[in-house]
Ligand binder design. Structure first.
Ligand code: UT7
Length: 325
C-alpha cells in the first residue's frame, strides 16, 4: 500500500557571530575552563549580539535548508518552530520566519518543549505531512537562551549558547518499509511532576516579566540518563532496529557526560556519535538540528543513513526519533 513519509530534503544552521570561550566565562563568574570541560565537555558557545534574534537565526537556518534542497520559500506550506525564547510573547516566531521568507500561504506555529522542542516539532510536522494535508515543512529549532540566563549564576550561565538549525521535510510516497527514506518513528513523553527542576522564574501570566532560567542540574542529569535510554529503546523496538544498526547518533547536546552515559548504556559505537556540545554548548531546541546540519555539511550523514535523535528537557519533556536520511 502506498503511504506518505516525511523525507529530509535539506538541512541548515545559523550561529551568532560572537564566541565566548571558557576562559572568558571565568572573567564573568567564579568558574574555570577545567571545571566546565570536565563536567560538561563545553569549550565555547555562540552568544547573540544586537540584532541577532531567535527569528533572524531561524530564518538564516531555514534559508540554508532551502538552498540544500534547491527549493524556493514558496514551495513550503508548513513551518514548525521549536523555541522557548521567542522574539515576542506572541505572535509565534514561526510567523516572523514565514514573513521574512515571503511566504503568504500555509501555516506557521511555534512549539515549546524546551530542549526536547526539536523532537516535538519534528514529530508534529511528520504527522501533518503524513496526513497529506501539507506537502513541505520547515522544522526549525532556534534559541537565544543567553537572554534568559542569570549571568551571575555560575551553575547555569556557563552551560548554554544561542543558535538555530532547520530541516526541510517533504511528504513522499513510500512502501512503508523500514529501508525507505524518511522519518520512521517518533516518540514523545512528558511528566509535569518535575516542572520545577528546570524552569524560567517569570512569564506573562505570573510575574509579567521574562524571568531567568533556574535548574537543579544534578536532578535533571539523573532523570536524563534514565529517560533517554527508555525513549530510545521504545523507538528501536517500534522500528525493529538494534542500537548497532544506527549510522549516526545525534543526541541533544546538553552535557558530554550524559551523551557518553547514554551511548554506553545502549552499546552505540562512540565513533557514530555526533558531538557539537564542545563548540555550541547547550542550545536547547536548536542543538539537534545544529548537530544534524554540521554532520550533513561535513559529509558524515549521507543519503540512506539511519539517524537516531533524542532529547530531554524542561517539563520534563523527552523523546526520540529515527530517520532514514
Ligand atoms: O538541556 C536540558 C537538560 N539539561 C541538562 O541536561 C543539564 C543536566 N545537568 C548537568 O549537566 C550537570 O548536573 C551540571 C553540568 C549542571 C553540573 O554538574 P554536576 O557534576 O552535577 O555538578 P554539581 O551541580 O553537583 O556541582 C558540583 C560542584 C558544586 O560545588 P560543591 O557544592 O561540591 O562545593 C557546585 O557549586 O561544582 C560547583 N559548581 C561550579 N564550579 C565551578 C557548579 N557550577 C560551577 C561552575 N564552575 N560553573
Amino acid at each position: 500500500m502506498n503511504k506518505l513519509r516525511s523525507v529530509v530534503r535539506g538541512s541548515g544552521a545559523a550561529l551568532p557571530k560572537r564566541i565566548i570561550d571558557n576562559a572568558e566565562m571565568a572573567t564573568l563568574v567564579d568558574t574555570s575552563d577545567d571545571w566546565i570541560t570536565q563536567r560538561t565537555g563545553i569549550k565555547s558557545r555562540h552568544i547573540a549580539g544586537e540584532g541577532e534574534t531567535t527569528g533572524s537565526l531561524a530564518t538564516a537556518a531555514a534559508r540554508a535548508a532551502l538552498a540544500e534542497a534547491k527549493l524556493e520559500p514558496n514551495d513550503i506550506d508548513l513551518i514548525v518552530l521549536a523555541t522557548s525564547t521567542p522574539d515576542h510573547t506572541f505572535p509565534a516566531t514561526a510567523t516572523e520566519v514565514q514573513h521574512e521568507l515571503g511566504i503568504t500561504h500555509g501555516a506557521a506555529f511555534d512549539v515549546n518543549a524546551v530542549c526536547s522542542g526539536f523532537v516535538y516539532g519534528l514529530s508534529t510536522a511528520d504527522k501533518f505531512l503524513r496526513s497529506g494535508d501539507y506537502k513541505r515543512a520547515l522544522v526549525i529549532g532556534a534559541e537565544t537562551f543567553s537572554r534568559i540566563l542569570d549571568w551571575t549564576d555560575r551553575t547555569t550561565c556557563v552551560l548554554f549558547g544561542d543558535g538555530a538549525g532547520a530541516l526541510l521535510l517533504e511528504a513522499q510516497p513510500s512502501s512503508g518499509g523500514r529501508n525507505d527514506r524518511g522519518v520512521l518513528s517518533s516518540h514523545l513523553r512528558s511528566d509535569g511532576r518535575y516542572r520545577d527542576k528546570l524552569y524560567v522564574d517569570g512569564g506573562p501570566s505570573t510575574t509579567k516579566t521574562v524571568g531567568h532560567l533556574r535548574m537543579e542540574g544534578r536532578e535533571v542529569f539523573r532523570h536524563a540518563v534514565i529517560n533517554l535510554a527508555e525513549t530510545i529503546q521504545e523507538t528501536l523496538r517500534a522500528t525493529g532496529y538494534a542500537a548497532t544498526d544506527i549510522d549516526w547518533f545525534v543526541p541533544h547536546q546538553a552535557n558530554r557526560r550524559i551523551i557518553d552515559a547514554t551511548s554506553h548504556k545502549l552499546g552505540i559505537d562512540p565513533a557514530r556519535v555526533v558531538l557539537t556540545v564542545d563548540k555550541h554548548g547547550n542550545t536547547s531546541a536548536a542543538s539537534i538540528p545544529l548537530a544534524l546540519a554540521t554532520a550533513r555539511g561535513d559529509g558524515r550523514i549521507k543519503d540512506g543513513d539511519l539517524v537516531l535523535i533524542e532529547a530531554m528537557g524542561g517539563g520534563f519533556t523527552w523523546g526520540s526519533a529515527l530517520i532514514r536520511w
